[in-house]
Design a binder for this molecule. Sequence first.
Ligand SMILES: Cc1cc2nc3c(=O)[nH]c(=O)nc-3n(C[C@H](O)[C@H](O)[C@H](O)COP(=O)(O)OP(=O)(O)OC[C@H]3O[C@@H](n4cnc5c(N)ncnc54)[C@H](O)[C@@H]3O)c2cc1C
Length: 475
Amino acid sequence: MLACELALGGARTVVVERRTEPEKHSKAMGMQGRTVELLELRGLLDRFKEGAGVLQGGNFASLGVPMRFEEFDTRHPYVLLVPQLRTEELLAERARELGVRIVRGAAVTGFAQDDDGVTVETGTGPLRARYLVGCDGGGSTVRKHAGIGFTGQDPHMYALIGDMRFSGELPRGEGLGPMRPVGLLNPERRSWFGAFQHQPGVYRATVAWFDEPFPDRNAPVTEEEMRAALIEHTGGDHGMHDVTWLSRLTDVSRLADSYRNGRVLLAGDAAHIHLPAGGQGLNLGFQDAVNLGWKLAAMVRGQGTEELLDSYESERRPVADGVVRNTRTQAVLIDPDPRYDALRQTFRELMALPDTNRYIAGMLSGFDVTYGTGDHPLVGRRMPDAELLTADGPRRISDCFAGARGLLLLPEPAPAAPPLAAWADRVDTLTAKGAGPEPATAYLIRPDGYVAWAGDPARHDELHHAAATWFGPAA
Ligand SMILES: Cc1cc2nc3c(=O)[nH]c(=O)nc-3n(C[C@H](O)[C@H](O)[C@H](O)COP(=O)(O)OP(=O)(O)OC[C@H]3O[C@@H](n4cnc5c(N)ncnc54)[C@H](O)[C@@H]3O)c2cc1C
């Protein structure tokens, strides 16, 4: 996704991938609402929707209380069920369409940076670039080589996870959320079992327990180990068969101390890892990419400032910190120890209150992500997808960002001279009726759909200042 964003912004990009072939199994299964909106902004949603299911209400700590995403003034109040493999395939396809070079079978082993760029060592020879972004997962070589610390909590929860079929009846417990319609809490053994059917007859099954570490975290999981865990924690193997994927999972959570060291940046799991509760990790990384792409592309074009690039960390690191905290909260709430029953019940009651439900739903969906504030309440927030009436007919705001450019929305009538003519190489101007809640207001919107400035369209001084801050000096 980052490569696509950079390509749209005019930066030549190479993706260096260690694997010779795509992964065979999906980790993530869903796109949260804000990710769906961003896919729509870039004109990619139709591809992702093809054949995808939809999950209403989301899942927080399997408490069984649905979240009310409808409250968020969105056209997408749901989780779009797209397996990660499909996401990776579609994004690779898009990157190739945009001219990105993808080099497979090349592992980054180190790099050296100087004033002008970075020389990256790969197994197949050095590469020279202006910037390097480590999107290389939780064990990130780039992060380690950049000397950036990864601070957080060691695991308490240990789980085996996999894709399989069952010929027997699966246990059904109470209070397990929509992602786990079948499951079991085992307070005596302080463990739980959950299974989510993601293809006809194929379950993503998890057996989890607490405070008993794996003998070897890195040992591959065998079918026998999974069977033994099922028997121990659920009383039987339920006719487990056709196992296609098995892995280990913990609630280890860590956040990079910094997202940038000079010309080297981090995004995705390289910058943050946590329990995949509520389905947030891939979404967090995707939204890192959409925040970073246009800023880094501006740097490459010579139109960005150091402050603009640093805003990537100041905007995205707090969002990841919030996700790490909510997943740690969930790790406690899914611990079936009876000591936490009261906590679970209190959380259920809290989540039934509209304000609390909105707080949690806003965090999981990404709808409540804000990047700073301003004089107008929409500054720093995502621009709602209003229907616009333009001289050329009706248009939706979400149709205006396929090229990852900025957008100035002006209320009618169109001014004699467009106020951002000197930024026309980076910012489009559209005059329309019905752009936002207040018809006389102008909105300057960033390429990632967040409002940079809103106010009186006659205030050219304010508008020029905002344009220079977010889009660089006038041409
Ligand atoms: C069981 C499970 C379920 C999950 N479910 C969800 C979910 O429902 N929703 C959700 O949002 N998230 C979910 N997640 C989290 C999600 O899978 C991750 O957040 C996501 O994969 C992170 O993407 P990434 O590109 O940052 O890192 P990765 O997916 O780890 O990709 C890193 C890539 O870098 C490559 N690489 C690594 N080192 C090098 C190197 N030195 N040189 C070159 N290439 C290298 C790797 O081969 C890999 O292709 C889940 C995770 C797990 C484990």
